[in-house]
Design a protein around this ligand. Structure first.
Ligand SMILES: [Ca+2]
Ligand SMILES: [Ca+2]
Length: 236
């Protein structure tokens, strides 16, 4: 394995750092997570079960609303009130791989009309429901994106099948529900361990070379540093 020389900060100089980093892949696996595609809602549009106004999403209980100009979206120009006239629920199946880890991110606010209060929703990926996510609409208004107060929420899960169904359900059985936008699902990938190498030959001295675990002796270590990594460690 070719080990790249990394610049060390003084705080970690001389120490062997082996880290496993997790990153989320950039491409979202769910489609239309920002609810921008589907029937033009105007101010807003109620969507009932069996309606197909929201591309890629199915309303599975109650009803929801696509919010257009009624309040500012978190992303793009549309979002969802998960309580249309009553508590609603939407879902979307997406491809996964059993055993792999995923992160679900979404932006949440609440319908600030009809009296303020705490709005809650439940997320479900086929196992135990993850609940509740809450947003307090107190002191929020629909005047601007900022006064809506959109906040990002997230949770992680491990897939158990080749398809996972993501469901968001309103826990507010009124016309003023939790607001939802910008749903993103990404695979979490573990990067291979990365070994930090000495950047200065001082790190090789006083048995420092032993800490890196790839040198035979101090001379090997110094040689590595002085050749800018071209004289590779003997034991890598
Ligand atoms: Ca949107
Ligand atoms: Ca509503």
């Amino acid at each position: 394995m070719k080990i790249k020389k990394l610049i060390l900060t003084s705080a970690v100089a001389g120490m062997v750092l082996v880290s496993v980093t997790t990153v989320a892949l950039a491409a979202s696996i769910v489609q239309n997570g920002s609810f921008e595609y589907g029937t033009e809602p105007g101010l807003y549009l109620q969507v009932d079960t069996e309606d197909t106004d929201i591309v890629n999403w199915e309303v599975v209980s109650g009803n929801v609303e696509i919010i257009g100009t009624y309040w500012p979206a978190s992303e793009g120009s549309r979002s969802i009130d998960l309580s249309g006239l009553v508590a609603g629920s939407i879902r979307q199946p997406f491809p996964t791989e059993a055993g792999k880890n995923y992160i679900v991110k979404f932006d949440m606010a609440g319908n600030p009309e009809g009296g303020s209060g705490i709005k809650t929703l439940t997320a479900d990926v086929g196992g135990d429901p993850i609940s509740p996510f809450s947003f307090d609409t107190t002191n929020h208004t629909k005047n601007t994106k900022e006064t809506m107060g959109w906040e990002t929420r997230n949770f992680e899960f491990t897939a158990t099948a080749g398809t996972t169904v993501l469901t968001f359900t309103s826990n507010v059985d009124s016309a003023y529900g939790p607001a939802l936008d910008n749903v993103i699902v990404e695979e979490i990938v573990s990067l291979p361990p990365q070994t930090v190498m000495p950047a200065d030959k001082e790190e090789c001295k006083k048995d420092g070379w032993e800490e890196f675990g790839v040198f035979n002796n101090q001379g090997d270590c110094v040689s590595y540093v002085e050749t800018d990594g071209q004289n590779e460690p003997a034991n890598q």
